[in-house]
Design a protein. Sequence first.
Length: 77
Amino acid sequence: MSENRVPENEAPENHDAIVVDAKLDETGGGCPVAHGRAAHPTQGGGNNQWWPNRLNLKILAKNPAVANPLGEDFDYA
C-alpha cells in the first residue's frame, strides 16, 4: 500500500481545497421538467382512422346454422 494514501475513515486535511478546486458543470443543473405545452387532446388523429380501417367487422355478419341453438324451424314471432 502507498504511505501517502489517506484511510477511508479519516477525512483529508485539505478538505476545503478539494471542494474549492471542484469544477461545476454550468451546462447542466437546469430544471428537468419540459415546460413546453403538450398538444390539446382534440388535436391529432385520435382513433377516428383506426375504427373503420382496421377493425374487421365482417366476422360479426356471419351467422352459420350451427350457431343457432333453436334451429331453422323456430319462429321468433
